[in-house]
Design a protein around this ligand. Structure first.
Ligand SMILES: NC(=O)c1ccc[n+]([C@@H]2O[C@H](COP(=O)([O-])OP(=O)(O)OC[C@H]3O[C@@H](n4cnc5c(N)ncnc54)[C@H](OP(=O)(O)O)[C@@H]3O)[C@@H](O)[C@H]2O)c1
Length: 328
C-alpha cells in the first residue's frame, strides 16, 4: 500500500504528511537543536501553538534558515493554534497577530482553533483569568460560528493560508461546515493505533477535510505533564511496547515508532510525532522506504481500543466533562 508524502489542502497548498510536534518542547537550546536537526533531515511541517510557549524559539530558528537562503518560506508548512483563552470573536485577530509576531512570519499555513471550550481572558491586563488555585476559568458556551467568521476574515487579510479545527467532534465540525464560507481544511485530533477515530476520519474525508494525528505514538511522556500539573498519573496505552507492533517492526527491521507512524500515513492522515532527540527525529521521518502489507495493516487496525486507548481526557483539573462544548 502506497503512502503519499503530502495531503492536498483546499487552497491548493500541500501539507507534508510527517511533521514535527513541539508540545512540551520549550527548552531553548534543546528545541533549537531539535529544529535544526529536523530541518537538515527534511522536515518541513512544524506544529506549534500559542500555548506551547515556543513559537518565538521556532521563529528564531526558521528566520536563520530563511535569511541564509537555505529555505524559502513556501518550502515550509507551519501550523499554530488559537488558544482556549482566545476563544472569542474579539480575540482571534489579537492572538493570531501575537503568534505571527513570535514566529516572525507574515502568515501561517494552517491556523487551528485549539479546543472547542473557551477560557476567560482579561484584555485589559493581557492575561488569562485564573482562580485562587491559579487555574484557568472556563467560559460558558462558545459561539463557534462567530469565531469561525473571524478565522475566515484572517484568511481574507492574508495572515493565514488555511484554517481548521482541533479536538472538535463530528457534530461540532458539522456546525462549522454548515455556516462556513471557507470550509475547514483540517481537523487535528488524538489518533494512533489504539484510538483510530474511524468515524471521525471518514466524516472528514467525505467532507474534504484533511486529518492530522496528534500524539501518534501515544504520548509516552504524558504522565510527566500530569505530574507537573499536580495531578495523578494514569495508566497509558503502551503502543511502542505492543507485541503486534513489535512483531511487525522486527519483520521490517524498523522500530515500533516507525510502524505506528507508517500505519497512520498509510491510512491517509498526517502525523506530527514530537521529539527533541536527534536519533528519534531521524527515526520518525524514515517511514517512506517500506510499506505495510494488507495483513499487517489489518493486524494494526485490530488494535483499536476505543476510549480505553485515549491519552488526553482534557479535563485539565476542572470538571469540563459537563461543559456544553466538551467534545469527547
Ligand atoms: N491539538 C492538540 O490539542 C494537541 C494535543 C497534543 C499534542 N499535539 C501536537 O501533537 C504533537 C505530538 O503529540 P505528543 O507530543 O502528545 O505525543 P507523541 O508525539 O505521541 O509522543 C512524544 C513523546 O514520545 C517520545 N518519542 C518521540 N519519538 C520517539 C521514538 N521514535 N521512540 C520512542 N519515543 C519517542 C518523545 O520523547 P523525546 O522528545 O524525549 O524524544 C516524547 O516524549 C505535539 O507535540 C503537538 O505538536 C496537539
Amino acid at each position: 500500500m502506497a503512502a503519499t508524502k503530502f495531503l492536498n489542502l483546499p487552497d491548493g497548498s500541500k501539507m507534508p504528511v510527517l511533521g514535527l510536534g513541539t508540545w512540551q518542547a520549550k527548552d531553548k537550546g534543546q528545541l533549537e537543536a531539535a529544529l535544526n536537526t529536523a530541518l537538515e533531515l527534511g522536515y518541513r511541517h512544524i506544529d506549534t501553538a500559542y500555548i506551547y510557549e515556543n513559537e518565538k524559539i521556532i521563529g528564531d530558528v526558521l528566520k536563520t534558515w530563511l535569511s541564509s537562503g537555505k529555505l524559502k518560506r513556501e518550502d515550509l508548512f507551519i501550523t499554530t493554534k488559537l488558544p482556549m483563552f482566545g476563544m472569542n470573536p474579539d480575540r482571534v485577530e489579537y492572538f493570531l497577530k501575537k503568534s505571527l509576531e513570535n514566529l516572525q512570519m507574515d502568515y501561517v499555513d494552517l491556523y487551528l482553533i485549539h479546543f472547542p471550550i473557551g477560557f476567560k481572558f482579561d484584555m485589559s491586563t493581557g492575561r488569562p483569568v485564573v482562580n485562587d488555585k491559579r487555574q484557568l476559568v472556563p467560559e460558558g458556551k462558545t459561539d463557534h460560528v462567530a469565531i469561525w467568521k473571524k478565522m475566515e476574515e484572517q484568511v481574507d487579510a492574508g495572515r493565514i493560508k488555511t484554517i481548521g479545527l482541533s479536538n472538535y467532534n463530528i457534530s461540532q465540525t458539522e456546525t462549522i461546515l454548515k455556516s462556513a464560507r471557507i470550509k475547514p481544511a483540517n481537523l487535528q485530533v488524538e489518533m494512533h493505533v489504539y484510538l483510530q477515530q474511524r468515524d471521525l476520519v471518514n466524516f472528514c474525508h467525505k467532507n474534504g477535510i484533511t486529518v492530522v494525528a496528534f500524539s501518534p505514538l501515544g504520548a509516552p511522556s504524558y504522565n510527566k505533564v500530569l505530574q507537573a500539573m499536580g495531578r495523578e498519573s494514569k495508566i497509558l496505552p503502551d503502543i511502542l511496547g505492543d507485541s503486534v507492533v513489535n512483531k511487525i517492526a522486527n519483520k521490517h527491521s524498523k522500530t515500533p515508532a516507525q510502524i505506528v507512524l507508517r500505519f497512520l500515513i498509510q491510512s491517509g492522515v498526517a502525523a506530527i510525532p514530537k521529539s527533541v532527540t536527534p536519533k528519534r527525529i531521524q527515526e520518525n521521518i524514515n517511514v517512506f522506504d517500506f510499506s505495510l502489507d494488507d495483513n499487517e495493516f489489518k493486524e494494526l487496525s485490530s488494535l483499536e481500543a476505543g476510549e480505553k486507548g485515549r491519552v488526553h481526557d482534557f479535563n485539565m483539573g476542572f470538571d469540563l466533562k459537563d461543559h456544553p462544548d466538551f467534545p469527547i
